[in-house]
Write a protein that binds this ligand. Structure first.
Ligand SMILES: [Zn+2]
Length: 253
């Protein structure tokens, strides 16, 4: 059995466009995706979407976002567990959770995955544990330091040992950000994560203010250089890649 890959949208992040390196006025809403990898050895996720608290107007982290002129919204149909149920996957049997990085919109669903081993770059975990670094890169420990088994990796890592899913370090957005190359039944994809928010940013290189821009440029160049002609790049929060034009299967055929 080959590897199955699905893409799920777990809520929306709302921000002025410049916050994502995009142009325009007002607020825009962008999808918060996560990915399901079904391998004969077990189910793995890449990222986990928004925390359940984003369904609640009174959630303190949501309040903090709003105070900064942003917001995040989540409906009951969009939660991580709702997506897994539709795919017939019991959250308790998710074996690995790979987080691209430890921002709340990527690690936020971890609380719903009690038995998973969390797979992150060692330098990302260390950044999350360092109070000052965590503060300057917005790594909220309450969402990721939940007692999961940990697998800390240094650089490239072959997740299943058969080349079908390979973690690629893409530092810069956060100190230990990583991307994932997947060769699955759905084709050949690089799940870029927030190494690049949208297709447009590949050209403009307008990166978020908190990030290390020199490192982001190097990481994005290195990811682009790994493309084969058939490789599809799936960006971190690109509205054009979801909805009616979803870049990946979102349900079983
Ligand atoms: Zn993000």
């Amino acid at each position: 059995m080959a590897l199955g890959l699905f893409g799920c949208v777990c809520g929306q992040f709302h921000t002025p466009p410049e916050g994502l390196g995009l142009s325009g006025d007002g607020m825009i809403a962008v999808p918060v995706p996560f990915y399901v990898l079904e391998h004969p050895d077990g189910v793995a996720l890449f990222d986990t979407g928004l925390p359940l608290g984003m369904m609640d107007e009174a959630d303190p982290y949501r309040g903090a976002l709003r105070a900064q002129g942003a917001d995040a919204t989540l409906t009951p149909e969009e939660t991580l567990t709702a997506h897994l149920e539709r795919l017939d996957i019991d959250p308790a049997r998710v074996r690995w959770v790979v987080c691209s990085h430890l921002h709340f919109d990527h690690a936020g669903g971890l609380a719903q995955l009690p038995n998973a081993t969390l797979v992150v770059q060692r330098r990302e975990w260390e950044a999350g544990m360092d109070r000052d670094v965590a503060r300057s890169y917005f790594l909220p420990r309450a969402y990721f330091d939940l007692g999961h088994k940990l697998k800390l990796v240094d650089g490239e890592h072959d997740l299943f040992g058969d080349g079908s899913a390979v973690l690629i370090p893409s530092f810069g957005h956060t100190p230990g950000h990583q991307s994932l190359r997947v060769r699955s039944e759905a084709g050949d994809h690089i799940l870029v994560g927030d190494a690049c928010y949208t297709c447009e940013v590949v050209e403009t290189r307008r990166f978020p203010a908190f990030a290390d821009h020199a490192a982001m440029n190097r990481s994005l160049d290195a990811l682009l250089a790994r493309r084969d002609p058939e490789t599809v790049m799936v960006f971190g929060h690109d509205p054009t890649q979801w909805g009616d034009t979803a870049v990946l299967p979102t349900a079983r055929a």
